[in-house]
Design a protein around this ligand. Structure first.
Ligand code: ZN
Ligand code: ZN
Length: 421
């Protein structure tokens, strides 16, 4: 049993409603699965009910929940005709797009079993993933511009708990995962909302320092890594909090969040980088992989496991071979210190410095949200149907900031901040 489960769950829900989504009276709330591509997992029902209750108390007009079940996706792969992989429930995308366009908050939950698609044909899984991404394009366009408030969280599911805690007796794993999640989202504290406000203020200090420096490039060195990333003029470092259309209404896209991030110039990445954690891409794991960049583009890739899945990602479109995000996370972050690998990008990316293949957030560029896709591209902004974070941080990673005149300033040493913000 998790101690004070109901109390902590209610705190988690309040945190999501007040800090995550920052729901305003009269708004409608849509609840679905990760990236809007799916519904909320059935395992998340206890949290979804609490969030609905908290949202109505905050003045929400209507809470619209879209449900889903991982097992149904497996049943489909095993039984549906092979020429049906482009079928997609368009009512789901229409609903989410209508909320997003209206600026209504969207709450998404990720609780996928990292091994869900183990043993399935990676080509079929990739095609399903591409179908999803094509259908979500209109909502993703709005998300990349901060046009509506959204928050992504995770809740334990059995498959996920089995993966994170194989060392515990089966009946203790779900509770152990709940315990650690409550701790990492600070819901074991008396006042999680106050704790998050303090945390956001700290992260903002680091992003302010990086913005004042306006580096021209970053240089990464570590085992298997020697990578230079160009940063475009006008790039903006952000942390934790976002604003809807920059209008001052804040929201927190990820809970937890420990990162400070911006966008690289998609034409200026040189060298090689080795991933330091496995990557879970839609239920398939890619492990022990490295990629080589030339002129911003991946020209070589190797993976000990999940090579076909990695290739599938890179073949999505031209932009999937280039970078859209660069994020810094000190190795001492509470998630990293938990010593657990989560096989869940929301948690693992907040344990480690990472970069993302694919699309850049337009708000990572000064004036970016009002630029057309073409203008954004001229500034080095990357476009793709995908945005996939992978982890490159460790306690052996060093990062230097390089100014336009060549001056070098340490940003991280051995995985920790090397400056006083
Ligand atoms: Zn990130
Ligand atoms: Zn990302």
């Amino acid at each position: 049993m998790v101690k004070d489960f109901e109390k902590k769950l209610a705190k988690y829900a309040d945190l999501i409603v007040h800090i995550g989504l920052n729901i305003q009276p009269g708004q409608r709330l849509a609840i679905g699965g990760k990236n809007l591509s799916r519904g909320a997992p059935l395992a998340s029902a206890p949290l979804v009910r609490k969030v609905a209750e908290s949202a109505y108390k905050a003045g929400a007009r209507y809470v619209n929940v879209l449900w889903d079940d991982d097992q149904l996706h497996l049943i489909r792969i095993a039984n549906a005709p092979k020429d049906s992989l482009d079928e997609f429930p368009t009512w789901r995308t229409e609903t989410l797009y209508e909320y997003a366009k209206n600026g209504d908050p969207i709450f998404t939950i990720f609780a996928e079993n990292p091994d869900l698609y183990a043993g399935q044909d990676p080509d079929i899984v990739n095609r399903l993933q591409h179908t999803m991404e094509r259908n979500l394009k209109r909502s993703t366009d709005l998300l990349m511009k901060d046009a509506y408030p959204w928050t992504l969280v995770s809740v334990p599911s059995e498959g996920w708990a089995n993966r994170v805690f194989p060392d515990l007796p089966a009946e203790e794993r779900m509770d152990a995962l709940w315990d650690i999640i409550f701790k990492l989202v600070r819901c074991d504290l008396d006042d999680p909302v106050a704790a998050w406000k303090d945390h956001v203020a700290m992260l903002t200090k680091s992003s302010d320092w990086l913005n004042a420096k306006a580096f021209d490039a970053l240089h990464y060195t570590g085992p298997g890594t020697d990578l230079t990333l160009g940063l475009p003029k006008g790039h903006v470092w952000k942390s934790a909090q976002s604003q809807v259309n920059g209008d001052g209404t804040t929201f927190m896209p990820n809970l937890p969040t420990e990162e400070v991030f911006s966008m690289p110039d998609n034409r200026r990445a040189e060298g090689k980088v080795r991933a330091t954690l496995p990557l879970n891409y839609g239920g398939s794991l890619i492990e022990d992989f490295e990629v080589v960049f030339k002129d911003g583009k991946i020209v070589e890739h190797h993976a000990k496991k999940g090579e076909a899945t990695l290739r599938g990602i890179l073949e999505t479109d031209e932009g999937a071979r280039r970078l859209g995000e660069v994020a810094l996370v000190p190795n001492s972050s509470p998630i990293s210190q938990s010593g657990r690998l989560f096989y869940n990008t929301l948690y693992d990316e907040n344990a480690s410095c990472h970069i993302a293949l694919g699309r850049a957030y337009q708000f990572s560029m000064e004036g970016g949200t009002t630029m057309s896709t073409e203008e954004f591209a001229e500034h080095g902004g990357n476009y793709s149907l995908v945005h996939i974070d992978f982890m490159i941080g460790s306690d052996t990673l060093d990062i230097d900031g390089i100014e336009a005149d060549g001056k070098v300033t340490p940003i991280m040493r051995q995985g920790e901040w090397a400056f006083e913000a």
